[in-house]
Design a protein around this ligand. Structure first.
Ligand SMILES: [Zn+2]
Length: 429
């Protein structure tokens, strides 16, 4: 979810911090009364990670955090004269998000006898800027790439009726190479309509009516249907499409204990245990089950494999560490100050809580992964827990021995309310 917060600041030292919800409603307002801030701040700038900086012409500076409740804390003051007195403009640079636009092509077989399952608006919302904030694919890849990928400029083409009948599609199963046919037919239909899809390269996602297949591949593109699958889920669920589009970005299926599809906390193992009901598209099937699902999120190892993990938010262990305390914030909560991941040698430690894309995980937890051969692998605690809880430990090596390679990470505390997990890290080369 792209959540926004703003700060108002007045010359009287009065201020307000508040959040803007996805429905454009102001909420969680925190008023700082007159005199609450110094009255000579002429520059106020927001940093990443829920922090702000104030600058006064005397060269005085304050840097502070704004926590999840919009309260100001961790205030650091640099006295007058610390900075030059003539700065009149301050700007903070963030790596620009890469526009990563997709062509979403809606095609109907010539022998289709029914209407598509959703109005066109649903497709533009699920894939494009129109649906930002509604847990759509733009939100998914923005959050899972730590703001590297911006899919908001994606465009929906069609519906196009193609000359082929549904039975002409013989891909999948014994003929996996035939899958490319659907994408070829869709490209042709768009070209016949005067559209040029070549700028999209392999970022082409085809939706067929009636449904035929569900897949994605680098250099190929992706395909889904416009209706429910055999399990009653919408094939357009971000939980499923997130994986297929992820494949086009060269993500592979995640593993747990070396076995593919077994990392229940990762979208690249779906269909997993922890897909959450879609918070916006709440349609139910005849048995009252949600048709649309989201999540879980993408794990830190997979993010790092794509260059999406924000390195400035990763704590890196030195070659030797002894009971070093490291606090983690939830992996996808870039709006919170602090580290989002800890690296200890080849291992990625991340904290996940029951909210947003991870709303359906069984409990807040710390996960440990490594990344080999383009696949993430979930590694368990010494007691077998795949999701580490307070008191659990991850161990490689012998802590009782005087020498030898050692990685020993204990989960000292998990506090879901403050969205903080505390680790103790010991490492020996
Ligand atoms: Zn897959």
């Amino acid at each position: 979810m792209l959540s926004d917060r703003i700060l108002f600041y007045g010359a009287g030292g009065r201020g307000v911090v508040e959040s803007i919800g996805v429905d454009n409603i102001l909420k969680d307002e925190r008023v700082i009364p007159a005199g609450g801030f110094a009255s000579d701040w002429t520059q106020v700038a927001a940093l990443q990670g829920g922090r702000i900086l104030f600058y006064a012409p005397s060269g005085r500076i304050v840097i502070c955090s704004i926590d999840a409740d919009n309260a100001i804390k961790d205030v650091t003051v640099f006295p007058a004269g610390t900075y030059a007195t003539d700065w009149t403009e301050i700007a903070f640079l963030q790596p620009p998000a890469k526009p990563s636009s997709w062509a979403v092509v809606l095609i109907k077989f010539s022998d289709a006898t029914t209407a598509p399952s959703y109005p066109r608006e649903r497709f533009t919302e699920v894939f494009g800027g129109a649906g930002v904030g509604k847990f759509n694919m733009v939100d998914h890849f923005w959050e899972m790439s730590h703001g590297t990928l911006d899919l908001s400029v994606s465009r929906v083409f069609g519906w196009y009726t193609i000359p082929q009948k549904k039975s002409d599609y013989t891909g999948s199963g014994a003929n996996p190479a035939g899958r490319a046919d659907l994408i070829t037919w869709a490209r042709k239909a768009a070209a016949n309509a005067g559209e040029n899809l070549s700028p999209y390269a392999d970022h082409v996602f085809v939706i067929t009516h009636p449904p035929t297949d569900l897949f994605g591949g680098a250099g190929l593109g992706g395909v889904s249907g416009d209706d429910r699958d055999g399990a009653g889920m919408s094939s357009l669920s971000p939980a499923l499409v997130g994986q297929e589009m992820g494949h086009v970005y060269s993500l592979d299926h995640s593993r747990a204990g070396g076995v593919e599809y077994r990392d229940s906390w990762d979208v690249m193992s779906n269909r997993g245990l922890y897909m959450a009901p879609h918070p916006v598209y709440k349609e139910l099937d005849g048995s009252g089950r949600p048709i649309w699902r989201i999540g879980p999120g993408l794990n830190a190892a997979n993010m790092a494999g794509r260059g999406w993990l924000d390195a400035s938010r990763v704590w890196q262990a030195a070659a030797t560490e002894s009971n070093r305390i490291v606090d983690l914030r939830p992996l996808h909560s870039r709006g919170l100050a602090g580290y989002l991941c800890a690296r200890v040698g080849p291992y990625f430690f991340e904290f996940r809580v029951k909210e947003l894309w991870d709303a359906a995980i069984s409990q807040p937890c710390v996960l440990v992964h490594e990344f080999n051969g383009n696949q993430s692998d979930l590694l368990p605690a010494t007691n077998g827990h795949q999701d580490l809880r307070t008191g659990d430990e991850f161990l490689r090596g012998n802590p009782a021995g005087p020498t030898g390679t050692l990685v020993q990470v204990k989960v000292l505390n998990i506090d879901a309310a403050t969205r903080t997990a505390r680790l103790s890290v010991t490492r020996r080369p």
